[in-house]
Design a binder for this molecule. Structure first.
Ligand code: DGL
Length: 270
Protein backbone atom coordinates (compact mmCIF):
# COMPACT_ATOMS: atom_id res chain seq x y z
CA UNK A 1 0.00 0.00 0.00
CA UNK A 2 1.24 3.51 -0.81
CA UNK A 3 2.57 5.43 2.20
CA UNK A 4 0.90 8.83 2.53
CA UNK A 5 1.93 12.38 3.34
CA UNK A 6 0.15 13.29 6.59
CA UNK A 7 -1.03 16.91 6.74
CA UNK A 8 -2.56 18.60 9.78
CA UNK A 9 -4.18 21.85 10.77
CA UNK A 10 -6.59 23.23 13.36
CA UNK A 11 -9.34 23.15 10.73
CA UNK A 12 -9.80 23.73 7.01
CA UNK A 13 -6.76 26.03 6.63
CA UNK A 14 -4.28 23.27 5.77
CA UNK A 15 -6.40 22.47 2.72
CA UNK A 16 -4.71 25.45 1.06
CA UNK A 17 -1.46 23.47 1.31
CA UNK A 18 -3.19 20.22 0.29
CA UNK A 19 -4.52 21.76 -2.92
CA UNK A 20 -1.02 22.81 -3.89
CA UNK A 21 0.47 19.40 -3.01
CA UNK A 22 -2.23 17.75 -5.17
CA UNK A 23 -1.32 20.09 -8.03
CA UNK A 24 2.46 19.64 -7.79
CA UNK A 25 2.50 15.99 -6.71
CA UNK A 26 -0.65 14.34 -8.09
CA UNK A 27 0.60 10.81 -7.42
CA UNK A 28 1.04 11.36 -3.68
CA UNK A 29 -1.58 10.03 -1.29
CA UNK A 30 -2.65 12.51 1.40
CA UNK A 31 -4.00 11.93 4.88
CA UNK A 32 -5.45 15.15 6.25
CA UNK A 33 -6.51 15.96 9.80
CA UNK A 34 -8.52 19.13 10.55
CA UNK A 35 -9.01 19.62 14.28
CA UNK A 36 -12.26 21.52 13.79
CA UNK A 37 -13.56 20.65 17.27
CA UNK A 38 -10.74 22.67 18.83
CA UNK A 39 -10.23 25.45 16.28
CA UNK A 40 -9.04 28.19 16.59
CA UNK A 41 -5.55 27.43 17.86
CA UNK A 42 -4.43 31.07 17.53
CA UNK A 43 -5.60 32.34 20.94
CA UNK A 44 -4.51 29.21 22.87
CA UNK A 45 -1.40 28.99 25.07
CA UNK A 46 1.64 27.50 23.31
CA UNK A 47 1.69 24.39 25.58
CA UNK A 48 -1.88 23.56 24.62
CA UNK A 49 -1.12 23.89 20.89
CA UNK A 50 1.92 21.60 21.35
CA UNK A 51 -0.25 19.03 23.15
CA UNK A 52 -2.96 19.13 20.44
CA UNK A 53 -0.35 18.80 17.70
CA UNK A 54 1.18 15.77 19.43
CA UNK A 55 -2.26 14.16 19.69
CA UNK A 56 -2.94 14.62 15.98
CA UNK A 57 0.52 13.34 15.06
CA UNK A 58 -0.05 10.27 17.27
CA UNK A 59 -3.37 9.72 15.54
CA UNK A 60 -1.95 10.04 12.04
CA UNK A 61 1.16 7.94 12.67
CA UNK A 62 -1.13 4.91 13.14
CA UNK A 63 -1.34 5.01 9.34
CA UNK A 64 2.46 4.95 8.97
CA UNK A 65 2.86 8.04 6.79
CA UNK A 66 6.20 8.78 5.12
CA UNK A 67 6.17 12.46 6.09
CA UNK A 68 4.30 14.90 8.33
CA UNK A 69 3.35 18.40 7.19
CA UNK A 70 2.30 20.83 9.91
CA UNK A 71 0.11 22.96 7.63
CA UNK A 72 -0.67 25.35 10.45
CA UNK A 73 1.53 28.36 11.20
CA UNK A 74 0.44 28.52 14.83
CA UNK A 75 1.47 24.89 15.41
CA UNK A 76 4.62 25.26 13.29
CA UNK A 77 5.69 28.25 15.41
CA UNK A 78 5.50 26.36 18.70
CA UNK A 79 5.54 22.62 17.97
CA UNK A 80 7.77 21.95 14.93
CA UNK A 81 10.94 21.12 16.89
CA UNK A 82 8.99 19.08 19.43
CA UNK A 83 7.35 16.94 16.74
CA UNK A 84 10.66 16.53 14.88
CA UNK A 85 12.21 15.15 18.06
CA UNK A 86 9.37 12.62 18.50
CA UNK A 87 9.12 10.95 15.09
CA UNK A 88 11.58 9.32 12.70
CA UNK A 89 10.10 10.63 9.46
CA UNK A 90 10.62 14.11 7.94
CA UNK A 91 8.45 16.87 9.41
CA UNK A 92 7.80 20.01 7.35
CA UNK A 93 6.35 23.28 8.67
CA UNK A 94 4.96 26.25 6.75
CA UNK A 95 6.88 29.22 8.18
CA UNK A 96 10.29 28.82 6.51
CA UNK A 97 8.70 28.16 3.10
CA UNK A 98 6.49 31.27 3.51
CA UNK A 99 9.47 33.40 4.52
CA UNK A 100 11.51 32.11 1.54
CA UNK A 101 8.70 32.90 -0.88
CA UNK A 102 8.42 36.47 0.46
CA UNK A 103 12.16 37.12 0.27
CA UNK A 104 12.07 35.90 -3.32
CA UNK A 105 9.23 38.27 -4.16
CA UNK A 106 9.94 41.56 -2.35
CA UNK A 107 11.62 44.35 -4.27
CA UNK A 108 11.70 46.98 -1.54
CA UNK A 109 12.67 44.73 1.39
CA UNK A 110 9.55 45.78 3.31
CA UNK A 111 7.36 42.82 4.18
CA UNK A 112 4.10 42.59 6.11
CA UNK A 113 3.03 39.47 8.00
CA UNK A 114 -0.48 38.65 9.15
CA UNK A 115 -1.28 35.63 11.28
CA UNK A 116 -2.98 34.41 14.42
CA UNK A 117 -2.17 35.87 17.83
CA UNK A 118 -0.03 32.81 18.60
CA UNK A 119 2.03 33.06 15.41
CA UNK A 120 2.58 36.82 15.65
CA UNK A 121 3.44 36.62 19.37
CA UNK A 122 6.01 33.89 18.68
CA UNK A 123 7.99 36.18 16.35
CA UNK A 124 8.69 33.11 14.18
CA UNK A 125 8.26 34.94 10.86
CA UNK A 126 10.54 37.82 11.81
CA UNK A 127 13.20 35.31 12.84
CA UNK A 128 12.82 33.24 9.67
CA UNK A 129 12.89 36.36 7.45
CA UNK A 130 15.91 37.88 9.20
CA UNK A 131 17.81 34.58 8.98
CA UNK A 132 17.37 34.77 5.22
CA UNK A 133 17.94 38.51 4.88
CA UNK A 134 19.15 40.36 8.00
CA UNK A 135 18.17 43.89 6.88
CA UNK A 136 14.62 43.17 5.89
CA UNK A 137 11.92 45.40 7.41
CA UNK A 138 9.00 43.46 8.86
CA UNK A 139 5.61 44.75 10.03
CA UNK A 140 3.43 42.16 11.76
CA UNK A 141 -0.24 42.15 12.68
CA UNK A 142 -2.50 39.51 14.18
CA UNK A 143 -5.97 39.13 12.66
CA UNK A 144 -7.90 37.11 15.26
CA UNK A 145 -11.26 37.16 13.46
CA UNK A 146 -10.21 35.74 10.08
CA UNK A 147 -10.08 32.05 11.08
CA UNK A 148 -13.69 32.02 12.29
CA UNK A 149 -14.87 33.63 9.05
CA UNK A 150 -13.13 30.89 7.07
CA UNK A 151 -14.34 28.02 9.29
CA UNK A 152 -17.88 29.37 8.75
CA UNK A 153 -17.36 29.37 4.98
CA UNK A 154 -17.84 33.13 5.00
CA UNK A 155 -15.27 34.08 2.33
CA UNK A 156 -16.88 36.91 0.34
CA UNK A 157 -19.61 38.65 2.35
CA UNK A 158 -20.04 42.29 3.37
CA UNK A 159 -19.16 41.24 6.94
CA UNK A 160 -15.93 39.65 5.66
CA UNK A 161 -14.98 42.77 3.71
CA UNK A 162 -15.61 44.98 6.76
CA UNK A 163 -13.65 42.73 9.11
CA UNK A 164 -10.73 42.48 6.69
CA UNK A 165 -10.58 46.21 5.95
CA UNK A 166 -10.78 47.15 9.63
CA UNK A 167 -8.09 44.63 10.59
CA UNK A 168 -5.72 45.74 7.82
CA UNK A 169 -6.21 49.49 8.22
CA UNK A 170 -2.85 49.98 9.97
CA UNK A 171 -0.95 47.83 7.48
CA UNK A 172 -2.36 49.74 4.54
CA UNK A 173 -0.61 52.84 5.83
CA UNK A 174 2.82 51.12 5.71
CA UNK A 175 5.00 50.96 2.58
CA UNK A 176 5.16 47.14 2.30
CA UNK A 177 5.24 45.51 -1.13
CA UNK A 178 4.54 41.93 0.04
CA UNK A 179 2.12 40.57 2.59
CA UNK A 180 2.68 37.07 3.96
CA UNK A 181 -0.58 35.26 4.65
CA UNK A 182 0.95 33.74 7.78
CA UNK A 183 -2.03 31.53 8.56
CA UNK A 184 -3.07 28.74 6.23
CA UNK A 185 -6.71 29.80 6.57
CA UNK A 186 -6.08 33.21 5.00
CA UNK A 187 -5.74 32.19 1.31
CA UNK A 188 -9.49 31.48 1.49
CA UNK A 189 -9.87 35.26 1.96
CA UNK A 190 -7.21 36.29 -0.54
CA UNK A 191 -9.60 38.03 -2.97
CA UNK A 192 -10.90 40.25 -0.18
CA UNK A 193 -7.44 40.81 1.32
CA UNK A 194 -6.12 41.74 -2.10
CA UNK A 195 -8.99 44.16 -2.72
CA UNK A 196 -8.28 45.83 0.62
CA UNK A 197 -4.47 46.00 0.23
CA UNK A 198 -4.54 47.15 -3.39
CA UNK A 199 -2.56 46.15 -6.48
CA UNK A 200 0.87 47.22 -5.22
CA UNK A 201 1.02 44.59 -2.49
CA UNK A 202 1.68 40.95 -3.50
CA UNK A 203 0.08 38.33 -1.31
CA UNK A 204 2.34 35.43 -0.32
CA UNK A 205 0.88 32.09 0.65
CA UNK A 206 3.29 29.46 1.90
CA UNK A 207 1.39 26.66 0.12
CA UNK A 208 3.35 26.64 -3.14
CA UNK A 209 6.78 26.81 -1.51
CA UNK A 210 5.79 24.21 1.12
CA UNK A 211 4.73 21.80 -1.65
CA UNK A 212 8.08 22.39 -3.35
CA UNK A 213 9.92 21.61 -0.09
CA UNK A 214 7.87 18.40 0.31
CA UNK A 215 8.80 17.41 -3.23
CA UNK A 216 12.51 18.11 -2.65
CA UNK A 217 12.63 16.11 0.60
CA UNK A 218 10.79 13.14 -0.90
CA UNK A 219 13.05 13.24 -3.94
CA UNK A 220 16.23 13.40 -1.82
CA UNK A 221 15.01 10.44 0.25
CA UNK A 222 13.96 8.55 -2.85
CA UNK A 223 10.39 8.42 -1.49
CA UNK A 224 8.39 10.08 -4.26
CA UNK A 225 5.36 8.02 -5.31
CA UNK A 226 5.97 5.99 -8.42
CA UNK A 227 3.58 5.20 -11.19
CA UNK A 228 0.98 3.57 -8.99
CA UNK A 229 -2.71 4.25 -9.60
CA UNK A 230 -3.96 7.73 -8.71
CA UNK A 231 -4.22 7.88 -4.91
CA UNK A 232 -7.40 7.99 -2.87
CA UNK A 233 -6.91 10.64 -0.22
CA UNK A 234 -8.32 10.32 3.28
CA UNK A 235 -9.61 13.20 5.40
CA UNK A 236 -10.37 13.29 9.12
CA UNK A 237 -12.03 16.05 11.12
CA UNK A 238 -12.86 16.24 14.80
CA UNK A 239 -15.81 18.68 14.59
CA UNK A 240 -18.76 19.36 12.28
CA UNK A 241 -18.13 17.00 9.38
CA UNK A 242 -20.87 18.41 7.15
CA UNK A 243 -19.33 21.87 7.29
CA UNK A 244 -15.82 20.49 6.77
CA UNK A 245 -16.90 18.39 3.77
CA UNK A 246 -18.65 21.34 2.15
CA UNK A 247 -15.64 23.66 2.43
CA UNK A 248 -13.12 20.96 1.47
CA UNK A 249 -15.04 19.89 -1.64
CA UNK A 250 -15.56 23.48 -2.71
CA UNK A 251 -11.86 24.33 -2.26
CA UNK A 252 -10.42 21.12 -3.73
CA UNK A 253 -13.01 20.79 -6.49
CA UNK A 254 -13.55 17.11 -5.83
CA UNK A 255 -15.49 14.73 -3.58
CA UNK A 256 -13.60 13.70 -0.47
CA UNK A 257 -13.51 10.56 1.66
CA UNK A 258 -14.07 11.87 5.20
CA UNK A 259 -13.97 10.11 8.57
CA UNK A 260 -15.23 12.00 11.63
CA UNK A 261 -13.02 11.58 14.70
CA UNK A 262 -14.18 11.99 18.29
CA UNK A 263 -11.45 12.90 20.73
CA UNK A 264 -11.58 10.73 23.84
CA UNK A 265 -9.11 12.88 25.72
CA UNK A 266 -10.06 15.91 27.82
CA UNK A 267 -9.03 19.00 25.93
CA UNK A 268 -10.75 22.39 26.00
CA UNK A 269 -8.71 24.36 28.51
CA UNK A 270 -7.88 21.12 30.38
N1 DGL B 1 -4.48 27.65 10.08
C1 DGL B 1 -3.75 27.83 11.26
C2 DGL B 1 -2.53 28.69 11.09
O1 DGL B 1 -1.95 28.66 10.03
C3 DGL B 1 -4.48 27.94 12.57
C4 DGL B 1 -5.48 28.99 12.74
C5 DGL B 1 -6.17 28.89 14.10
O2 DGL B 1 -6.65 27.79 14.40
O3 DGL B 1 -6.20 29.87 14.84
O4 DGL B 1 -2.10 29.36 12.00
Amino acid sequence: MQQAIAVLDSGVGGLTVVREVMRQLPREKILYFGDTARTPYGPRPAEEVVRFTREIVDYLTQYQPKMIVIACNTATAVALDDIRSRVRIPVVGVINPGARAAIGRTKTGRIGVIGTEGTIKSGAYEQALRRLSPHIEVVSKSCPHFVTLVEDGNFRSVETFETVSTSLLGLRATPIDCLILGCTHYPFLSETISEVMGPNVSLISSAEETAREISTILHENNRLAGNEELPIHQFFCSGDSKKFRHIAQQWLGEQIRLTPVVWHVPHIGA
